[in-house]
Design a protein around this ligand. Structure first.
Ligand code: KIV
Ligand code: ZN
Length: 506
């Protein structure tokens, strides 16, 4: 096979990243973007882990019809039954069963013998196979598993019906050549391997997840598990955009393809960053702000003469817009719509009207409206759509001699206006205390950051916060040219997520 299957686990392993909680609507929005991106498989969640995860997987299975929708289950009958319950309406369902296989895990965590693990792996794959043909099995911590025992497990689960066998480098311990040798070993020592696809799932603890995945591909693995922006447990997973663009850019080396529509990569990256609250580092390969910026004079000179001198990829291939058009207050609806389309947004007439109104208000405050401003504005509009309580007004009085005071008015779900005021140690504290007086939702603020979206004194300020309630972290974002308003919006965004999650949990 000359095609590598792209298995996206942003919504499962990606969401396992500390502080990266997504609500159901946000997961659906990401799944829709992954479908546009052309991923072959979406691992939508781990249904037994929580009612919210179960609902999200169920909704995605119903709504997103092109890719395979995969649900994770540990090797236990209830988990497998629950996984099937969540994906049974999918056009292409897959159950992914996992069980540790390394002696380290068997001895210190599971306290089971190799024989017991072998038997359970076989039995649980057979159980899942009664529900659907498409079964994936992962011997967790495979890269630290004694190879002969791993081959035995793989042979047993393929006999029981596994159609994909995934080799996870769960703790990011592997080195490319050694990991590649393990893949070659599977072809050599697992007699029924031709009945299954070999997949790899690499973590980035040593910064080698992409290198390990690509070496595995070179040795014959034909599915790669990865996440947008490389988010995931601890240091994260192999980054989807890096894997895909390495295979595409170095076709001369790999001679392989993927189904990915690479022009959707940038949009997927922005969306995942926006909804998880995980900012993409500027120097991140493919999608970082500086990934295609040339600073040195020699490089700039070369790129002007011929881009290939210092650019191995055309930024347009990954969907980075290259327009030099700057919008301002005289720009009309048509120009605004065109710009949105170029940035990858196709809005309904109603959403377009709202976004255009917001654009006009911004253009009144800001001379030049850039692409990043527009992206921030659209994200702000999308946040407003799913809210339980809407921030209607915020007024703050502060200064070096005054007592910081804030007045806040919210609109409740029944349309009722709710207003209150509070003093605070600073203006943001006063705003948050006024909101707390109205909503009375106990929580702890664990993170607060402000950054400007673009350069200049009139730039939009973007506030990112995280709050914690009942052991769960909720992220909130807000943007405005006034950073106190942005702070209030971010807090309301986090509280609205918390309230929606509580509603789902019942
Ligand atoms: O890292 C890991 O081992 C996993 C498995 C569940 C595949 O995420
Ligand atoms: Zn993982």
């Amino acid at each position: 096979m000359d095609r590598v299957i792209i298995f996206d686990t942003t919504l499962r392993d990606g969401e396992q990243a500390a502080g990266g909680t997504l609500n159901i609507q946000e997961k659906l929005e990401i799944a829709r973007q992954l479908e546009k991106l052309g991923v072959d498989v979406i691992e939508a969640g781990f249904p037994i882990s929580s009612p919210g995860d179960f609902e999200a997987v169920r909704l995605i299975a119903k709504e997103v019809r092109t890719p395979v929708i995969c649900a994770l289950a540990h090797a236990n009958p209830q988990a497998i039954d629950r996984a099937w319950e969540a994906i049974k309406d999918a056009a292409h369902p897959r159950i992914h069963v996992f069980l540790s296989s390394s002696d380290i895990h068997l001895l210190h965590q599971l306290k089971k013998s190799r024989e017991e693990i072998l038997q359970t792996s076989r039995d649980m794959v057979a159980r899942a196979k009664k529900y659907t043909d498409d079964i994936e099995f992962s011997p967790m911590d495979a890269s630290r598993t004694e190879p002969r025992y791993m081959y035995q497990v793989l042979e047993a689960v393929i006999d029981a019906g596994a159609t994909t066998v995934n080799i996870p480098d769960t703790v990011g311990y592997a080195i490319p050549q050694e990991f590649g040798d393990r893949i070659s070993g599977i072809f050599k020592h697992v007699p029924n391997i031709s009945k299954a696809v070999i997949s790899v799932h690499c973590h980035d603890d040593l910064g080698l997840s992409v290198a390990n995945s690509l070496e595995a591909v070179r040795r014959g693995a034909r599915q790669v598990e990865c996440t947008v922006n490389g988010i995931g447990e601890r240091a994260g997973n192999a980054s989807l955009e890096e894997i895909v663009m390495a295979i595409k850019t170095r076709k001369d080396f790999f001679n392989l393809n993927t189904n990915i529509n690479t022009t959707q990569i940038y949009k997927a990256s922005r969306l995942v960053s926006e909804l998880t609250g995980f900012t993409v580092q500027p120097n991140k390969a493919i999608v970082g702000r500086n990934a295609f910026r040339h600073q040195s004079g020699i490089h700039q000179d070369g790129v002007i003469k011929m881009p290939i001198t210092y650019e191995i990829m055309d930024p347009k291939t990954v969907g980075i817009p290259s327009s030099s058009l700057v919008l301002g207050k005289l720009s009309g609806r048509h120009a605004f719509k065109e710009r949105l389309l170029e940035l990858g947004y196709s809005l309904s007439e109603q959403d377009l009207a709202r976004a255009f109104q917001a654009f006009k208000e911004l253009a009144d405050k800001k001379k030049e409206v850039t692409d990043r401003d527009i992206e921030s504005l659209i994200a702000q509009e999308q946040r407003t759509v799913s809210e339980v309580y809407h921030l209607d007004l915020v007024q703050v009085s502060c200064g070096d001699k005054g007592m910081p005071t804030a007045t806040v008015r919210l609109i409740g779900p029944d349309g009722k206006e709710l207003a209150d005021a509070s003093l605070g140690t600073g203006p943001v504290d006063a705003v948050y205390k006024a909101i707390n007086r109205i909503l009375q939702v106990p929580n702890k603020l664990t993170e607060f950051t402000v950054k400007s979206v673009t350069e200049g004194i009139d730039a939009i300020g973007e506030v990112l916060i995280r709050i914690e309630s009942g052991g769960i972290t909720y992220t909130g974002r807000g943007a405005d040219t006034d950073i106190l308003v942005a702070s209030a919006k971010a807090y309301m965004n986090a509280l609205n997520r918390l309230l929606s999650a509580k509603k789902v949990a019942g």
